[in-house]
Design a protein around this ligand. Structure first.
Ligand code: URA
Length: 191
């Protein structure tokens, strides 16, 4: 199959998925947004209310804040893709259960395979625990780099945490500057 067809098939598979109960309460499947040849893949935990209504990840208040961090390191739209561990909204924005995460993670793995980014950035504790390691401590380990296979992986505070606790924004800016540095480093090693 052509790349475009693979993407369409994967999106349809997510829309039709019944592997956990969340399909029963979702309004829309929230598949992902951004460049399909991105260098950086950002991964959040699950759609919130606005995302569920619009079918687009990070389109609410958290997303607006996230966009400011993207702009602050001058990241171009063609350089990033944004997705979630879960494609359907957990009711009342509760944390996704381990079973729901396990049922859905295969879709993200397929997105990862198609995009083949160089960097993965986990947005918040839930994504970091699933992608980096189960005992990941966001307060202590945000901004650190982990190498898994060919991917450089890091985690930053979830933007909704930054909305609740603006005191964490400065350290998050430093984490984004490290992401920018890594991007520059990788660009240079490519050229
Ligand atoms: N929070 C997330 O983790 N993902 C979204 O898409 C929106 C809010």
């Amino acid at each position: 199959m052509e790349n475009k067809e693979l993407w369409e098939a994967l999106e349809q598979k997510c829309k039709d998925c019944t592997a956990c109960e969340l399909y029963k309460t979702k309004t829309n499947t929230v598949f992902g947004k951004g460049s399909k040849s991105a260098t950086v893949l950002f991964v959040g935990e699950a759609p919130g209310e606005q995302e569920d209504l619009q079918g687009i990840p990070f389109c609410g208040a958290s997303g607006q804040l996230l966009d400011k961090y993207f702009a602050s390191i001058d990241m171009k739209p063609e350089e990033y893709y944004v997705g979630n561990i879960l494609k359907c909204r957990p009711p009342y924005n509760r944390d996704p259960s381990p079973e729901e995460q396990e049922a859905c993670i295969g879709h993200l793995r397929e997105q990862l395979k198609l995009i083949n980014p160089k960097i993965i950035v986990c947005l918040g504790r839930i994504a970091a625990m699933k992608i980096i390691k189960p005992d990941f401590r966001i307060t202590r380990e945000h901004g650190q780099w982990f190498k898994k296979g060919r991917f450089y992986i890091t985690a930053v505070y979830h933007p909704s945490m930054l909305l609740r606790d603006p005191a964490k924004r400065e350290e998050t800016m430093r984490d984004f500057l490290e992401i920018e540095k890594k991007l520059i480093e990788l660009r240079e090693s490519d050229s």
